[in-house]
Write a protein that binds this ligand. Sequence first.
Ligand SMILES: [Zn+2]
Length: 55
Amino acid sequence: MPSAPSARSATDGRPADGPAIGETCDYCGATALQWRKCKLICENCRQINKSCADL
Ligand SMILES: [Zn+2]
């Protein structure tokens, strides 16, 4: 039988840190957004567009 799965990433509903493809900044319209510690941050204006709690 398979043993208990080890810590998985991005399978528990939490986005992994890294570039957010297809997202657009609500503040400046840039498309360079990154997930950082459960927050979607615009690389251009540094505004937080979204957080895990909003998903
Ligand atoms: Zn922005």
